[in-house]
Design a protein around this ligand. Structure first.
Ligand SMILES: [Cu+2]
Length: 456
């Protein structure tokens, strides 16, 4: 295994200090409490059994008399309050508390994506919260918001839910995109290609993501004109997404690549996200959507985006920032095992589901008739899921082992670009001994290599 410069001895790891500001603490504890309320429903006489989007009227008391949906409502509302407070906190910090010289056109792309994600949260979560309150009124106080018999509209729930639900996809993927936008340039030893396009295309994605929600509702019967409009806006969103893919690839072209585990996961993200993105474009075509809606094709698409995309991106970020957080590197040998088992496992699990969906296997079934012929592909999928579980286990073993006896990271184990690598690992409570001055997009790199300094 290669050894990186700037190693320090075993006694130089500062004690980690976790101190939350009151606002951060409120957001963290509300989010955690909301999650606990939701999971507590399993113990309290039944989890919500109306699917993750809890469609009305099935979520109304007449059809779901237990307490499961009530736990869903309260859990998501409390969790959402924590998320909204966290988003305000992050947006205000990024907009108002940057260090001298850190113009908004110089902040790391991970920070850009965090800002855009926070704005998306502020636009999307209130719609969900409003819908949850209305459902609570329907269930607890005899309201009729979603009850056609009382003059309400069941489809109103779908509009409100998906007005939240589609931006939510970007809320989950944009931070991961930000992570690989940090990892790929450092391990290509090149600045990101087209910084302004990576940041700007995310603004475009955020803007468009509020105008595509009804692509989840093509089968509802809104009408051909409505379906055509939402089909067009959904296809449009592929353009800024594609721009990013080209930026990442162009960053790697001509670079001196270091295929660390973090970089493997980042490259894996690009490959898998292209598959998930393309199946997403196919679902924006109304006739295709009508043919495969509520089938395993949708399940396959979602998992290529959220596992092949978001999870691989989070793993890339974990291997990249673990040394900064803990002072020790994650093991590279176990890291490679983790990557390849995850990569093989996820493709074995989710790729066959495209075919299963296309031939009509509905989602949310746990069994099917033998003469459907779905058995072999489901068997492959099951084997893949087991391999995926092994991959996650390898990651946790790696984390525990590295925490106890991992290689000492030092301040800057990757010869990185950005300011967090100029301070100790883990950082001091104040982050920096003196407030750094910034004159470009790669402040630490500029300091290390004044002769190669970026123009901006
Ligand atoms: Cu969507």
């Amino acid at each position: 295994m290669r050894s990186w410069p700037h190693r320090k001895n075993a006694f130089s790891i500062p004690k980690p200090s976790i101190r939350l500001s009151p606002c951060t603490a409120l957001s963290f504890w509300l989010s955690l409490a909301g999650g606990i309320v939701l999971y507590f429903s399993f113990l309290a006489g039944g989890a919500p059994d109306t699917g993750w989007f809890s469609y009305a009227p099935l979520a109304e008391r007449a059809f779901a008399p237990g307490t499961g949906v009530d736990y869903y409502i309260v859990g998501l509302a409390v969790n959402g309050a924590g998320t909204i407070i966290g988003a305000i906190n992050l947006a205000v910090t990024i907009l108002l508390m940057r260090c001298p010289g850190m113009a908004i056109s110089r902040v790391p792309l991970f920070v850009w994506m965090t800002l855009i994600t926070s704005i998306l949260i502020l636009g999307a979560y209130p719609a969900l919260t409003a819908a949850l309150v209305m459902l609570l009124v329907d269930r607890g106080l005899g309201g009729h918001f979603f009850d056609p018999a009382g003059g309400g509209q069941a489809v109103l729930w779908q509009h409100l839910f998906w007005f939240f639900g589609h931006p939510e996809v970007y809320i989950m993927i944009l931070p991961a995109m930000g992570m690989i936008s940090e990892v790929i340039p450092v391990f290509s030893r090149k600045p990101i290609f087209g910084y302004a396009f990576v940041a700007g295309s995310s603004v475009a994605i955020a803007f468009l993501s509020f105008g595509v929600w009804a692509h989840h509702m093509f089968a509802v019967g809104l009408g051909d004109t409505e379906n055509a409009i939402f089909s067009a806006t959904s296809m449009l969103i592929a353009i800024p997404t594609g721009v990013k893919i080209f930026n990442w690839i162009a960053t790697m072209i001509g670079g001196r690549l270091r295929m660390t585990t973090a970089m493997l996961f980042a490259v894996g993200f690009i490959a898998m996200f292209v598959i998930g993105g393309l199946s997403g474009v196919s679902l924006a075509v109304v006739p295709i959507d009508l043919a495969v809606t509520d089938s395993y094709y949708v399940v396959a698409h979602l998992h290529y985006v959220l596992f092949g995309g978001t999870m691989l991106g989070i793993f890339a970020g974990a291997y990249y920032w673990f040394p900064k957080m803990t002072g020790r590197l994650l093991g590279e040998v176990l890291g490679r095992w983790h990557f390849w088992t995850a990569f093989v496992g996820l493709n074995l699990t989710f790729l066959p589901q495209h075919w299963l969906g296309a031939v009509g296997m509905p989602r949310r079934v746990f069994t099917y008739a033998a003469d459907t012929g779905w058995g072999p592909l489901n068997l492959i999928s099951t084997i893949g899921a087991a391999i995926l579980a092994i991959a996650i286990a390898i990651f946790f073993v790696n984390v525990v082992r590295s925490l106890r006896s991992g290689e000492i990271a030092g301040d800057d184990p990757w010869d990185a670009f950005t300011l967090e690598w100029s301070t100790t690992s883990p950082p001091l409570p104040e982050n920096f001994a003196t407030i750094p001055a910034v004159t470009g997009r790669r402040p630490l790199w500029d300091r290390k290599h004044p002769e190669l300094r970026d123009a901006r």
